[in-house]
Structure formats: structure tokens, C-alpha cells
Design a protein around this ligand. Sequence first.
Ligand code: SF4
Ligand code: SF4
Length: 99
Amino acid sequence: MIESIDLGTCDGCGVCLLVCPMDVIRVDEGGRYVIAYHDDCMSCFACELECRRGSIRVEPQRARRPSLLVAAAGAIGSTGDARDEAAPKADSHGSGETR
Ligand code: SF4
Ligand code: SF4
């Protein structure tokens, strides 16, 4: 997650604002580049890598938000459970089904 923008070294080039896919960085009324939406950072490091002044520091920890993959796995799991419950029991196939 983005931790800081060093306004002492930032030259206001605007690259961080352009490369951030989550619109985390904005320009305040004073023309300073600031972290406006900290919790939206997904730790992609684009801003840190592209800042030619080395003014941005990003920590490797991601924001504490539910992972889309985990959410999707949960949805698939619950769908699977529902199907399992609706499906015929395994032993009903092997011991003389009614026709
Ligand atoms: S990329 Fe770096 S130097 Fe440029 S505005 Fe952002 S923090 Fe400042
Ligand atoms: S690490 Fe990525 S998502 Fe976070 S502020 Fe930088 S560019 Fe935006």
C-alpha cells in the first residue's frame, strides 16, 4: 500500500497520478500531489517505479479488502454445495433406482 509522497523531492510532474490505476493520488488545492484514497491502493508499485524523483514509497502489504479470487471461490463453493445437495445421492444409483 502506498505509504507516502515526499513533497520535499516531488517536482509535480504528475506521472504518479497518470499511472495509478485506482486513482489513489490527487492534486490538492495547493497543487501538491497527495494520497487521497489510501485504502483503494492495490500495491501495484506503478507510482513508485515511475516516479523519477523517488518520492513515493509503497509497502508490499495490500489493502485489507476481500480478495476477488477468494470471493469468487466462495461463490463457486456455495454453488457447488447447492448442486451437491440437489444431486441424487451416490448410493441411490447403485442399489436399485425406481423407474
Ligand atoms: S511521479 Fe513523483 S515527482 Fe512526479 S508528481 Fe508524482 S510524486 Fe511527484
Ligand atoms: S501502488 Fe499502484 S494502486 Fe497504489 S497508489 Fe501506487 S499506482 Fe496507485
